[in-house]
Structure formats: C-alpha cells, structure tokens
Design a binder for this molecule. Structure first.
Ligand code: FAD
Length: 230
C-alpha cells in the first residue's frame, strides 16, 4: 500500500466505449480490487503530460481478480479527462478505494430509477447488475453530445437508458423531461440521482415536490460541479 491508503496500480488496457468515453482497466493487488464493490468510489492518482500529479474520483464499473475497470467521460476540460484520453497499458498510477459506497441501493425497493449525466452511467450500470432478477429498473442520463451514449452491448442486460440532450445548464433538460408516466415503474420505487451538483439538487427536488417520490427513497450525490468557465 502506498501512503494515505493508496496502492500501486498500472493501466492494463484502455479502449473507447464510444467517442466520448474511455474504459480504463487497472491492475492492482487483488485485495485492493476486492474492496471496490459495484459503483464504489475509486480515487486515482496520475500524472499529467507535464509530470504534475493529480487525483480524481471515478466509479468502479467491473472487477475481476486483480483487474478493476472505470469509465471516464472525455469532456476535455480537466486533467482527469486528458489522462483518460491518453493513458496506455503500462502507465503507473495509484488507487484508493473508498469503502462506503457513494450511493447504495434502497433495500426492498420495488423498482429502481437511475438518473444523472455522463458521469453516472458506470455506477448506475454496476448497481443494475446487482439487482435481483425481475426487479424493474430504468435509467435516464442527460448528455452534452450523442458521443456520450454508451453502446447497448456494454450495458447491463435490460438497461436501455433514455439519453436526454443537454440544453443549457446541466440538469435543466433532465428535470424538465421527467414525468409521472415514465417514472411509473412499480410500487415503492427508489431513485438515485448523481452527476453535476445543480442537476442533483434540481432533479431530486422535482422528484419529491412534483412527482410524488417519498424523500426517503431518493438518494442524490453530486459527482462534479460546473464552473462558470465550463
Ligand atoms: C463518487 C464519484 C464517482 C464518479 N464517477 C465518475 C465516473 O465513473 N466517470 C466519470 O467520468 N466521472 C466520474 N466522476 C466525476 C469526476 O470525478 C469529475 O467529473 C472530475 O471533475 C473530472 O476531473 P477532470 O480533471 O476531468 O476535471 P476538473 O479538473 O475537475 O474540472 C475542470 C473543468 O471541467 C469541468 N468538468 C469536470 N467534470 C466534468 C464533466 N463530467 N463534464 C463536463 N465538464 C466537467 C469542471 O466544471 C471544470 O470547469 C465521479 C465523481 C465522484 C465524486
């Protein structure tokens, strides 16, 4: 283990899931990887092209043995996005797994609704794969460009998300698009909202105040914050 709970890791493989996403497989010791349950937060320390160190959190998508996969949105504005776009097998990084799952499934929910943006897809897909058979689930993700759609073959069987084009501030289009008809997927549904900060608060507020979701069955967690320049 490296200092501060970080463990040495290296890039084992990297591929485009689509033009707007890179799937990066990391290899680390199996104990570290085993701690990264579906959707777990994985902090990755990497160096930029100038050798400067950075650390960014991503979601555990898949894992097997010593291999842990994340999927990074290539928005092109920060060092994390740039690292994912250029990383190659053999590159050295460090990873730390946050043990508390960022957004956990609501136990006993009759249906599950995943809402968010580009950054939400990997964790939502990982959690979908955890659901008991035949429990209904649906998902809608707001995306800045069609490049950020995931190919259906990469997603959990049965997860056919609605891809909502971003229009203005992140979250505005998703919040406006949601309606009772789409959300009607069974009694005692739970909703999980992740992604940009304002998206999370706006969508969660609409679910509770206008669309009849009990507050205790809405779990929201911001994954990033839009800066004025972005
Ligand atoms: C628990 C958790 C799980 C996460 N899982 C994932 C994941 O699986 N995949 C993933 O891609 N991201 C994920 N994120 C989000 C990711 O950590 C942030 O998007 C992070 O800011 C990216 O770092 P960066 O260096 O690319 O950009 P930064 O240096 O952080 O920001 C630079 C600029 O880019 C803008 N920006 C940052 N992120 C985005 C974005 N996604 N879209 C558009 N503009 C952006 C900022 O507003 C800023 O203006 C997760 C975050 C958390 C907390």
């Amino acid at each position: 283990m490296a200092a501060g709970g970080f463990a040495a890791a290296r890039v084992a493989a990297a591929r485009h899931l689509g033009p707007g996403f890179r799937n990066v497989a990391l290899e680390a010791d199996p104990t570290t990887v085993a701690a990264a349950g579906p959707g777990a937060e994985v902090a990755i320390r990497f160096r930029d092209a100038g050798g400067r160190p950075h650390e960014r959190p991503y979601s555990a998508w898949k894992r097997e043995g010593a291999r842990l996969e994340v999927c990074v949105s290539l928005h092109g504005l920060g060092p994390g996005s740039a690292w994912a776009a250029r990383c190659a097998p053999g590159d050295e990084v460090e990873i730390a797994v946050v043990h508390a799952r960022p957004v956990d499934l609501v136990e006993g929910a009759g249906a599950h609704v995943f809402l968010g943006d580009e950054t939400s897809v990997a964790a939502a897909d990982a959690l979908m794969r955890e659901l008991p058979p035949r429990v209904p689930a649906r998902a809608a993700f707001e995306i800045a460009s069609p490049d950020s759609r995931w190919p259906p073959g990469e997603l959990a069987p049965g997860l056919a998300p609605s891809w909502i084009p971003r229009d203005g501030r992140p979250g505005a289009a998703l919040a406006a698009w949601l309606d009772r008809g789409w959300l009607e997927c069974g009694p005692h549904a739970a909703a999980y909202v992740t992604g940009e900060t304002w998206l999370c608060s706006t969508v969660a507020a609409r679910l509770v105040r206008e669309l009849g979701f009990p507050r205790e069955r809405v779990r929201a967690l911001p994954f990033w914050k839009r800066r004025a320049s972005s």
